[in-house]
Structure formats: structure tokens, C-alpha cells
Ligand binder design. Structure first.
Ligand code: CP
Ligand code: NVA
Length: 336
């Protein structure tokens, strides 16, 4: 039985621990093939639509390169290129795209949009980030952790920062499914929503993972194997800079926080893009307006031996390749 064939990846909660582990290990396998120049054209002749309502560097690049490596043709459809949700309903767009393309990636605001696309397109749909979840990111992240530690279950991953965003949501649920202990360390007003914590608790009971939600940095980061952060202001909420800086300044990853883990082998992850300096014009404007040069991570921590964010970014490509090949490829995957 082929359990992945034809499926969409909309949220991590729809996949079992074994299935997520399979995708992580399959990503490692495809990474190895790529490094050894061994062809892996599982999507020969397929056509993939890449829909983006929000900006992207990694996700767009990863889907594009992964599709081409797999023998497929990727077609980028940006927010100003198509009618989606403006002059044409999501349902109609999905039916049209589904009749031409073999698979669809969607990045945008509403989770409902990606769910409706999957409902009406009749082909696999992959969530490339919504306001709620970032599932393709998770396969890359836990691959990066597994490459470093050789295992996942029993490790302690601490996410510090905005505890209510897509990446925090995804880490909490995915870690809980995989048996990774997850701590969300955030100010109380940015704690993850209760329904989500309950969902994670249920997964954790099954996997043996421990879930902790705390505002206390010293307690939260202690004995961390992985320190993870993300931007304080996600795409679409740029008006929240001032309040977030005030709330989140104590949750910045810096060398002092890394020392507080008490673990010299701790790794630092960030899904990127990161706000760790003022080298961009945007960075300079924010720095001038709010008087803060570094936000969620300091440049020193970012560049330290702990920072694994660029390996993590590369892994986006290998893992997106695995996700597309598993759900759309002409390959047999035994039931896991
Ligand atoms: N991490 C991530 O999704 O990066 P992009 O926004 O550049 O795709
Ligand atoms: N939380 C961030 C992640 C970017 C990859 C955002 O949604 O903007």
C-alpha cells in the first residue's frame, strides 16, 4: 500500500510519527544522491505550480530546484500574476490549475485557502507557509537536528520568541509527534493558543515528549539541545514592530543565552530570513526607528559555532524534494 501517493501536506498533524520520520530519512537519502550526482528523476514529465501570495527566498528556490532535479517543470505564479481570490474564487482557480498541473505549492495568508485548494484541485497540494503552519520547514528542521545528534526522540528543543506564529505552532506539534521535548519560551501574551497546546499534549502523551510553555528564560533554555528562534514580526504584521520589540527583547538569542543552556554542544536554528544586523536597507530603517540593531538573534550568536541555520536552509531543498517525490512520484513506498 502506498500511503503517501496522492496526498497533500497541509499541516503536520495529519501525518503519523512514522510518516514524518520516513520523510526526514527520505530527505537524507535524496541529499546523499544529490551529493553523489546520482539522478533521482521521480517526477519525470510532471508540471508543478508554485503559488506565492507572500515573499520567499528559500521556499521558492527549494521547490524550483527540487522540481527540476526530479525531472518536473516548476511554474511560478506570484500574487500579481493570477486572479486567485481576487477576480476568481479559490475553488475555480483550484479546479483549473488541478486540470493542468500535477501538484501545487501554496504560500499565503489563510490556512483555509490552502485547504480549499487541496479540496478542489484533485492533485497534491503542499503548504509552503500560511499564517498557521509551516510544515515543509519542519522536515528540513528535524533533518538538520537528526544530522547533528544522530537521533530525535528525547532531545530538548527550545523555541524562544513569538510563541504564536506559524513556525512556533509547527515546531510544537511536530516535536510532540516525534518524541522531541519542546519548550516554548515567550512572554505570556505570546504563548501559543490553548487548543494548540492541548493538541500537542495529546501527541506528546503518545510519543513520550514533554511540552513546556514558560515565560522564564533561565528555566526554559536550561539543558537545551536546540535553541530555535524566528522573526519577531511575521509577514503581514509589520505594524507590530514597536510592541514586539518591547515584549521580546529579553528573548533574544545571544551568547549569554547560549551559555545559559549549560550545553556547549547546543545548536542554534532559525528558519530565516533573520534580523541579526543592519546590513539591509530595511534593517537600517528599523534600527533607526526603534533604536535596536539586532533583534531575535545577535550577529555574534548567528555567526558562532552553534549556528546551523545555513545547513538548515540547504535542507529545505532536500526535504521539499522528498515531500514531492513521496506524494507524487512514481515510486513504491512500503506502508510505514
Ligand atoms: N524559511 C523560509 O520559509 O524562508 P523563505 O520565506 O525565504 O521561503
Ligand atoms: N514567521 C515567519 C516565517 C518566515 C519563513 C513569517 O511568517 O514571516
Amino acid at each position: 500500500e502506498q500511503v503517501f501517493q496522492g496526498r497533500s501536506l497541509l499541516a503536520e498533524k495529519d501525518f503519523t510519527r512514522e510518516e514524518l520520520e520516513y520523510l526526514i530519512d527520505f530527505s537524507a537519502h535524496l541529499k546523499d544522491l544529490k551529493k553523489r550526482n546520482i539522478p533521482h528523476r521521480y517526477l519525470e514529465g510532471k508540471n508543478i505550480a508554485l503559488l506565492f501570495e507572500k515573499a520567499s527566498t528559500r521556499t521558492r528556490a527549494a521547490f524550483t530546484v527540487a522540481a527540476i532535479d526530479l525531472g518536473a517543470h516548476p511554474e511560478y505564479l506570484g500574487k500579481n500574476d493570477i486572479q486567485l481570490g481576487k477576480k476568481e474564487s479559490v475553488e475555480d482557480t483550484a479546479k483549473v490549475l488541478g486540470s493542468m498541473f500535477d501538484g501545487i505549492e501554496f504560500r499565503g495568508f489563510s490556512q483555509k485557502t490552502v485547504e480549499d485548494l487541496a479540496k478542489y484541485a484533485g492533485v497534491p497540494v503542499w503548504n509552503g507557509l500560511t499564517d498557521e503552519w509551516h510544515p515543509t520547514q519542519m522536515i528540513a528542521d528535524f533533518l538538520t537536528v537528526k544530522e547533528h545528534f544522530g537521533k530525535l526522540a528525547g532531545l530538548k528543543l527550545v523555541y524562544v520568541g513569538d510563541g504564536r506564529n506559524n513556525v512556533a505552532n509547527s515546531l510544537l506539534v511536530t516535536g510532540a509527534i516525534l518524541g522531541v521535548h519542546v519548550t516554548i519560551c515567550a512572554p505570556e501574551s505570546l504563548f501559543p493558543n490553548e487548543e494548540l497546546v492541548e493538541m500537542a499534549q495529546k501527541f506528546a502523551e503518545k510519543s513520550g515528549s514533554k511540552i513546556e510553555i514558560t515565560a522564564d528564560v533561565d528555566k526554559g533554555v536550561k539543558a537545551a539541545d536546540v535553541l530555535y528562534t524566528d522573526v519577531w514580526v511575521s509577514m503581514g504584521e509589520e505594524d507590530k514592530f514597536a510592541e514586539r520589540i518591547e515584549l521580546l527583547a529579553p528573548y533574544q538569542i545571544n551568547m549569554e543565552m547560549i551559555e545559559k543552556t549549560g550545553n556547549d554542544d547546543v545548536i542554534m536554528l532559525h528558519c530565516l530570513p533573520a534580523f541579526h544586523d543592519t546590513k539591509t536597507q530595511y534593517g537600517q530603517e528599523i534600527a533607526e526607528t526603534f533604536g535596536m540593531r539586532e533583534m531575535e538573534v545577535t550577529d555574534a550568536a548567528f555567526r558562532s559555532k552553534h549556528g546551523r541555520q545555513f545547513e538548515q536552509a540547504e535542507n529545505r531543498m532536500h526535504s521539499i524534494k522528498a515531500i514531492m517525490a513521496a506524494t507524487l512520484g512514481n515510486l513504491f513506498i512500503p506502508k510505514v
